[in-house]
Design a protein around this ligand. Structure first.
Ligand code: DQA
Length: 151
């Protein structure tokens, strides 16, 4: 192991820029900026340079996945509503060399029926859902474990 930090991209999909005011009973009171700031610090303790991006546009998210693919950056992604229907995101993630971790603040499986299916789950390394903003921290820890050389 060297001391160089590895870059990790955290992507957030539509409406997540509204965290803090958006349905706080489901998504909590923290803003996305606050959650991302905490995870930049957490990432740093794990040896990651965390880059964060959010967009309401599928096109932006696909472009950022392509950039991470070319740079070989691991991805943590909360695709938000795109989780349930974006084959464009799924195809982009399927072409990423991995690891990719899907995260959700809520537990979509315990909510409305349309949320029970993720079209991206089949092409990611794993999914963490239902732990509020802690889902991102758990994803960084899972990534750290995935990237550690076997003992
Ligand atoms: C979400 C769950 C999705 O079903 C929803 O569309 C979101 C947020 C979550 O983090 O719990 O926007 O991805």
């Amino acid at each position: 192991m060297n001391d160089e930090h590895r870059t990790v991209l955290i992507l957030n999909g539509p409406n997540l820029n509204r965290l803090g005011t958006r349905e706080p009973d489901i998504y909590g009171h923290d803003s996305l900026d606050d959650i991302m700031a905490k995870n930049i610090v957490v990432g740093s303790t794990l040896g990651f340079d965390v880059v964060t991006r959010q967009s309401n546009s599928e096109s932006d998210l696909v472009t950022w996945i392509h950039e991470a693919t070319d740079a070989n950056w691991p991805i943590i992604i909360n695709p938000a509503a795109f989780t349930h229907y974006s084959y464009a995101l799924r195809d982009a993630l399927a072409a990423h060399p991995g690891p990719v971790i899907e995260v959700h603040l809520s537990n979509p499986a315990a909510r409305e029926e349309f949320r029970a299916h993720s079209v991206v789950s089949a092409v990611v390394s794993g999914t963490i859902a239902g732990f509020g903003h802690d889902s991102y921290r758990l994803a960084l820890q899972a990534l750290s474990t995935l990237l550690s050389p076997p003992t």
